[in-house]
Write a protein that binds this ligand. Structure first.
Ligand code: TYM
Length: 345
């Protein structure tokens, strides 16, 4: 097909977060903060709580419901506006699972075997015991994105490979069926902190599943806890350097500078220009103040929203209806392309 004959896809953003535990500063800086900005940048924005992904590992049912509402509260508290963005939980739009199945038949075993998150999670001795869903996880993620013909997907660094797989699945589907039906989606990995590291080990990603709570800042932490975690964050005895290259081989120092830059909206260069020559004894209290000022209002608002779970459920239900209205015709067209009879009234 010539460039001119290619269908134009509407600028549409889709992204999701697993309701599999609390939100961390990594989720906030790598994803949610960007979600909120994109809501105001001329995109149609769709944000999901991916509960079907969450159950690829065991979730206590009551805890899953609470975590899904808490994640919704986090989205809202951070500034997502249900009047501007569609907010919903994945399982309420059944086409996610349906398209996920079709993509299980498009994606190749070899592609899935190369996913580094899969390899990391199954490198231990219990590899035989993980769920089949965990293996198929990235194919469901491709379905999430392509079900809306999303053109842009804001994510942290760790999801880049999954978005690349989404592009491969779209291209193979289009090629196999001789259509230009699914867009080739762009990952949006932007900002000073697309990979926030653990506060205890600057070579490991900050994660909600790290056994040490001191390794992460949770969006539900109160001001004292945030300040204490930053005060105790692992660092080195050197003062901050004058330029970025001075942070090479200093992963903990680099991480704290990145966090400062992302929270303040300053460039890393500007942060170093302000703090070069100062030690962590001076820098950490400034970072703690900044983190508390940025996160405490979000945490307080989350607490307030969690007082009214019925209102959260109402917002998710309404979002699911709006999401379904976009997804259903795309799913039906997919079935037709694949050769399924659709004759129900
Ligand atoms: P999840 O739930 O692990 O993380 C949600 C988002 O937060 C980002 N993130 C980070 N960014 C920077 N530093 C960190 N330490 C950090 N930790 C997490 C992630 O990159 C992600 O953007 N597979 C996805 C969920 C998903 C999805 C989708 C995303 C399902 N379907 C469709 C986009 C589009 C996941 O497990 O993210």
């Amino acid at each position: 097909m010539t460039e001119a004959a290619k269908p134009a896809f509407k600028k549409r953003v889709f992204s999701g977060i697993q309701p599999s535990g609390g939100l961390t500063l990594g989720n906030y800086l790598g994803a949610i903060k960007r979600f909120v900005e994109m809501q105001n940048e001329g995109f149609e924005t769709i944000y999901c709580m991916v509960d079907l992904h969450a159950i690829t590992v065991w979730q206590n049912p009551e805890a899953l419901r609470r975590q899904t509402r808490e994640l919704a509260a986090g989205y809202l508290a951070a500034g997502l506006d249900p009047a501007k963005s569609i907010l919903f939980n994945q399982s309420q739009v059944s086409a996610h699972a349906e398209l996920g199945w079709v993509f299980n038949c498009v994606a190749r075993m070899g592609w899935m075997n190369r996913m580094t998150q899969w390899k990391d999670k199954t490198s231990g001795k219990d590899a035989e015991k993980v769920s089949l869903g965990l293996f198929a996880y990235p194919s469901l993620m491709a379905a999430d994105i392509l079900l809306y013909h999303a053109t842009h997907v804001p994510v942290g660094e760790d999801q880049k490979q999954h978005v690349e797989l989404t592009r491969d699945i779209a291209a193979k589907f289009n090629h196999d069926y001789g259509v230009e039906f699914f867009p080739i989606t762009e990952p949006v990995i932007e900002g000073a902190a697309t990979r926030v590291m653990s506060l205890r080990d600057g070579t490991k990603k900050m994660s909600k599943s790290d056994p040490s709570d001191m390794s992460r800042i949770n969006l539900t932490d109160d001001a004292d806890t945030i300040a204490k975690k930053i005060r105790k964050a692992k660092t080195d005895p050197e003062p901050l350097p004058e330029d970025i290259s001075g942070l090479d081989d200093r992963p903990e120092a680099r991480n704290l500078v990145n966090i400062y830059a992302a929270l303040s909206g300053m460039t890393k260069e500007a942060v170093l220009a302000e703090y070069a020559g100062q030690g962590f004894g001076a820098f950490k209290p400034k970072l703690a103040d900044l983190a508390v000022a940025s996160l405490a209002p979000i945490s307080a608002e989350m607490g307030r929203l969690m007082q009214d779970p019925a209102e959260i459920d109402r917002i998710l239900g309404e979002g699911a209806e709006r999401a379904d209205a976009i997804a259903r015709p795309i799913m039906e067209r997919t079935y037709e392309i694949v050769g399924m009879i659709r004759s129900r009234g």
